[in-house]
Design a protein around this ligand. Structure first.
Ligand SMILES: Cc1cc2nc3c(=O)[nH]c(=O)nc-3n(C[C@H](O)[C@H](O)[C@H](O)COP(=O)(O)O)c2cc1C
Length: 174
């Protein structure tokens, strides 16, 4: 049986690559479930039906209602990518403004496998809270894909290709 990957996206431009990334993950043998923060869901709304058809799972962008069942299989590994400054900091601070971020917060609490690949320009990465948040996530057991084997903060307007292959390599090894 395929291992289940929760691919959780936040509102940075590489989230628009998610349909192609789902396919790449499936080629590597993953059963993929997609989750999006509300802002990212707004950006990808036109792709919801295609993503549902591609993954055979509903795209999840909101908390379930009390009593509502979640019919998705439990994750073996979760990959939060791309991850905004807002979401990196929210997880580190234990805030749960949306379902994907709450999932990541709980994954840390359970010590469940979690990889986080940020997407922040250098001026955001220089904010003192960013480094503290990255360290908090690492101390709690998350694999933060930042630097040579992951994402390197870019100068505004000069983003290179987002290293999706590095992220998929990392989760394959988890
Ligand atoms: C076109 C556009 C590009 C953005 N790119 C980034 C980005 O690369 N990194 C980032 O941290 N925020 C970026 N933002 C800001 C986030 O979308 C914003 O902080 C949002 O509130 C994040 O919400 P989320 O973390 O819940 O998805 C961008 C916003 C826009 C409109």
């Amino acid at each position: 049986m395929s291992r289940v990957l929760y691919l959780l996206g936040t509102a940075a431009p590489p989230v628009l690559d998610l349909p192609a990334t789902v396919t790449s993950a499936q080629v590597r043998g993953w059963d993929v479930c997609v989750g999006l923060t509300p802002t990212a869901a707004g950006w990808l709304e036109s792709e919801f039906d295609a993503l549902t058809e591609l993954t055979a799972h509903r795209v999840k962008s909101r908390y379930r209602r009390p009593g509502e069942r979640d019919d998705r299989p439990p994750a073996d590994v979760a990959l939060l990518a791309p991850t905004t400054l807002n979401s990196v900091n929210s997880i580190a601070l234990g805030l749960t403004p949306s379902w994907p971020i709450a999932y990541a917060v709980e994954a840390l609490g359970r010590r469940a496998p979690l990889a986080v690949m940020p997407c922040v320009k250098d001026t955001l990465a220089s904010h003192p809270q960013f480094g503290r948040s990255v360290q908090t996530l690492r101390d709690a057991g998350a694999q933060v894909l930042l630097g040579p084997d992951g994402f390197t903060p870019h100068t505004s307007g000069q983003a290179g290709p987002y290293p999706w292959a590095d992220a998929l390599d990392a989760v394959s090894e988890m």
